[in-house]
Design a binder for this molecule. Structure first.
Ligand code: TRP
Length: 340
């Protein structure tokens, strides 16, 4: 047994629960945005349940491509510090039958106009496209997300602020289900929205994203590529501050390991604002801090990947526990709906 320390109680449900869509090439922005908050919860002694949202990913990606990256993503998350002894990890599609059944019942409580009001629907469509042109599965996204959460009877959901409307719908569905069946099947999940750290593209234009590879640092970039990218990175003139330099300073602070480094970064900022020309020295430290972080990540990832049974073993254990929870929930749901 791998996850001996996790003993979830299927009746009470998951204390902290979150999902992450598998993306092919994680960037530093993905790490700082999605993984750092989970690491904080882990440090606080919570036992988060984290799943790879592969069904959600196929709303806009080819299933075969998604499948290729799900295991790699689990290896990335573990290499970034998620400790499988404390975090239960599973793949969403392992629970397809239970999610499908639950979401049928939940969709009785959702109107078409509720769905059309969800702001992420518009955001996910091509610019200018009408909501009516959305695939049904994309429109269904919030219902499936509610099913993810309610199937695990989850209590606290740490997600980025962009997910707030989905969480609001989940809470409303849970309340309506409980009151319409007069059974307290679901806990009402609390959101724990965090301000995802906003990392700016190195060219200063928009967010750091894998769709703009030149402005992004990928966790698997080689040192030469990183040096080159940082050399070209946009900053600000001495005495001036802008969004992209703020972002560099924040990344440097977040990844720095010693008080000395943190003080040095603060000093750079002060000197820069006074009008001193410190950018060459700052970039040197910035490069050093990022390369150290990537080097550690890449070594850990290699060790994880070299052990062919490691990730499958963790996922097997995660699946077992998630399934126990799912089946208990489904039984209560059927009883509440059909009176069986
Ligand atoms: N929609 C989330 C995102 O894009 C991922 C997700 C799917 C999720 N189901 C969830 C997060 C359930 C929390 C709980 O980031």
């Amino acid at each position: 047994m791998i996850n001996e320390k996790i003993q979830p109680n299927p009746i009470i449900g998951a204390e902290v629960f979150t999902g992450m869509r598998p993306t092919a090439e994680p960037t530093l922005a993905n790490y700082l945005g999605a993984v750092v908050p989970l690491l904080k919860l882990q440090e606080e002694g919570k036992k988060p349940v984290a799943f790879v949202a592969d069904l959600h990913a196929i709303t806009d990606h080819e299933p075969k491509e998604v499948k290729k990256v799900t295991h790699a993503m689990v290896a990335d998350y573990i290499a970034l510090g998620l400790d499988p002894e404390h975090v239960q990890i599973f793949i969403q599609s392992e629970l397809t039958p239970q999610l499908a059944e639950l979401s049928i019942y939940l969709s009785r409580l959702v109107t078409v106009s509720d769905i059309l009001r969800v702001p992420t629907l518009k955001e996910k469509l091509k610019p200018g496209a009408e909501e009516e042109s959305a695939r049904l599965f994309l429109a269904y996204y919030p219902v499936l997300m509610a099913a993810d959460i309610l199937l695990q009877r989850a209590h606290i959901i740490p997600v980025g602020k962009d997910q707030a409307s989905h969480l609001e719908m989940t809470r409303r569905i849970a309340r309506d289900f409980n009151s319409s069946t007069k059974k307290n099947v679901f806990p009402i999940p609390e959101t724990q929205p965090y301000d995802a750290i906003n990392i700016i593209s190195l060219d200063g234009i928009g967010k750091m994203s894998k769709t703009k590879p030149k402005g992004a640092i990928f966790l698997n970039d080689s040192p030469d590529i990183v040096r080159e990218k940082i050399k070209k990175a946009i900053t600000a003139l001495p005495g001036e501050m802008n969004e992209v330099l703020e972002s560099h300073l924040l990344v440097a602070q977040t990844l720095s390991l010693t008080e000395e480094e943190k003080d040095l970064i603060k000093q750079f900022k002060e000197d820069h604002l006074k009008g001193d020309k410190i950018m060459t020295d700052f970039k040197k430290l910035f490069t050093h801090i990022i390369l150290r972080f990537l080097d550690e990540f890449q070594i850990r990832k290699q060790l994880i990947v070299n052990d062919k049974d490691y990730v499958p073993g963790i996922l097997e254990e995660g699946k077992k526990q998630a399934k126990i929870q799912a089946e208990i929930t489904i039984r209560s749901v059927r009883e509440a709906i059909w009176g069986e």
